[in-house]
Design a protein around this ligand. Structure first.
Ligand code: PRP
Length: 202
């Protein structure tokens, strides 16, 4: 039995599609169901930011965005990069301003990714004030609580719709298969078989 955690949200359908290709069908949760037992798997459905936490703390396998894994500094084994969820973590400002990173000293930056944001500006030698939010970052400049945001950009529709523009890409992001470090040893056969079959179809 493999305990497998999937993120609720935009990665879930794509994760299920890849697993389908190796003959593993994810039984999606009904209503408020959070765990579904199926042959060989316990499917667990969690918040995006909890997937690496669950895997670090004992759930065998999960699928998570690299943004969340890196932000949390999760101590998990990452055997595979998956071919979906590609996007980028970027610095975003009002589309009306023509700003460079170097001009952002003492800016208030709203983000769901405070650790990566602080590390980025600190490495660039620029002092900023980071404001942690849990979603809808694009609101922050509009309502005047931040001067810029650090957020995920995929199609760019969200920033365009909110009069914002991307001024600097901090890093590329994509989906990853992650494995608990103890399970990697105690369930080696089952997990290795899953990783090899996935690697064969991606
Ligand atoms: C992310 C991000 C942006 C949006 C960008 O939010 O925070 O809001 O996607 O995508 P786009 O460039 O294709 O418009 P997500 O939907 O992951 O969830 P959130 O609103 O909870 O942050």
């Amino acid at each position: 039995m493999i305990n497998f955690v999937l993120p609720k949200g935009r990665l879930m359908k794509k994760a299920a599609t890849v697993l389908e290709k190796i003959g593993v069908s994810v039984k999606e949760p009904e209503d408020r169901e959070l765990i579904v037992k199926d042959d060989g798997f316990n499917w667990i459905f969690s918040r995006v930011f909890d997937v690496p936490v669950f895997v670090e703390n004992g759930i065998d396998v999960g699928i998570s965005g690299s943004d969340v894994i890196d932000e949390l500094g999760a101590d998990v084994f990452v055997p595979l990069e998956l071919p979906f969820g590609q996007c980028r973590l970027s610095v975003i400002t009002s589309a009306q301003k023509d700003l460079k990173i170097e001009q952002m000293t003492n800016y208030r930056i709203a983000t769901k990714f405070p650790n990566m944001t602080k590390a980025f500006f600190s490495d660039a030698g620029i002092e900023v004030n980071v404001i942690k939010l849990h979603g809808s970052m694009e609101l922050a400049p509009k309502i005047g609580i931040a001067d810029a945001i650090v957020d995920i950009v995929d199609s760019g529709n969200t920033i365009r719709a909110n009069g914002l523009k991307e001024i600097y890409k901090i890093r590329d992001v994509g989906a990853r298969l992650i494995v608990n470090r103890v399970s990697q040893k105690t369930k080696f056969q089952e997990i290795n078989d899953l990783v090899e079959r996935l690697a064969g179809v991606i």
